[in-house]
Design a protein around this ligand. Structure first.
Ligand code: ADP
Ligand code: NI
Length: 214
């Protein structure tokens, strides 16, 4: 039964996100799902809730939809297409609503299932893939790769985080380098450490080349 639900949901999410060029395409979802299941093996939690929340986590995202309401309606349509218990649905919804970073203004995930999925999503923002996604997102948004005239922002509101002027390189300081300290699980922290170091090397090399040094 659960396998059928997962397959149905997977198919719909694949269709919805197949053309996203901002780093939130189907393969992001699939990586998050796989990472989440890998972390679940070590940390526990209900595998069905984790897999469903991972598959659905970006469907209602405000930045991928005309509005939050439009995104939530898409999510409801998917829930309506499967036979899922109210309790499971509510748990998945609460994970999805609270897991996003939002410039440090996100909610709090309280259950082990939420912590596992949040870790998996944050890990996919780090490392080589995290770097690639950041420049893809920045390009789509119209941000410059880097501009020494544009300062790195410290604390910011959700509105400033989403629409304020910044660069992809600034995003490493405004979000990505902060993520390591927000990881919930030991399994997640191990993976985050390696990816964090790789990004530090990348930024170091980027600045070296920018400044024309050998
Ligand atoms: P949130 O949007 O809450 O930061 P997401 O997990 O949806 O969280 O963001 C996913 C990824 O999209 C980020 O890790 C990053 O790679 C990219 N991204 C989001 N905002 C920006 C931005 N302002 N500039 C560059 N990349 C961004
Ligand atoms: Ni995501």
């Amino acid at each position: 039964m659960k396998k059928v639900i997962i397959e149905k949901v997977e198919q719909q999410v694949r269709e919805l996100l197949q053309h996203d060029a901002s780093g939130h395409d189907w393969y992001h979802i699939d990586r998050v799902r796989k990472l989440a299941m890998q972390i679940q093996c070590e940390e526990g939690g209900d595998a069905f809730i984790i897999e469903m929340a991972a598959l659905l986590h970006d469907v209602p995202d405000e930045k991928l939809n005309e509005s939050e309401a439009v995104g939530m309606a898409k999510l409801e349509r998917i829930f309506d297409s499967v036979d899922i218990q109210d309790e499971a649905k509510e748990h998945i919804l609460s994970i999805i609503k609270n897991m996003s970073y939002k410039g440090g203004n996100g909610g709090v995930v309280t259950t082990i299932e939420g912590k596992v999925v949040q870790d998996a999503d944050r890990l996919d923002a780090l490392g080589a893939i995290g770097i690639a996604r950041t420049f893809a997102f920045g390009g789509k948004k119209g941000d410059l790769m880097y501009d020494p005239e544009i300062p790195i922002r410290d604390k910011m509101s959700v509105e400033e985080y989403r629409n304020g002027k910044s660069t992809s390189l600034n995003h490493f300081y405004e979000k990505l380098f902060k993520l390591q300290d927000t990881i919930n699980t030991n399994a997640g922290r191990r993976i985050a450490k390696e990816r964090h170091m790789f990004m530090e090397q990348f930024v170091h090399q980027f600045m070296k080349e920018w400044n024309g040094n050998e």
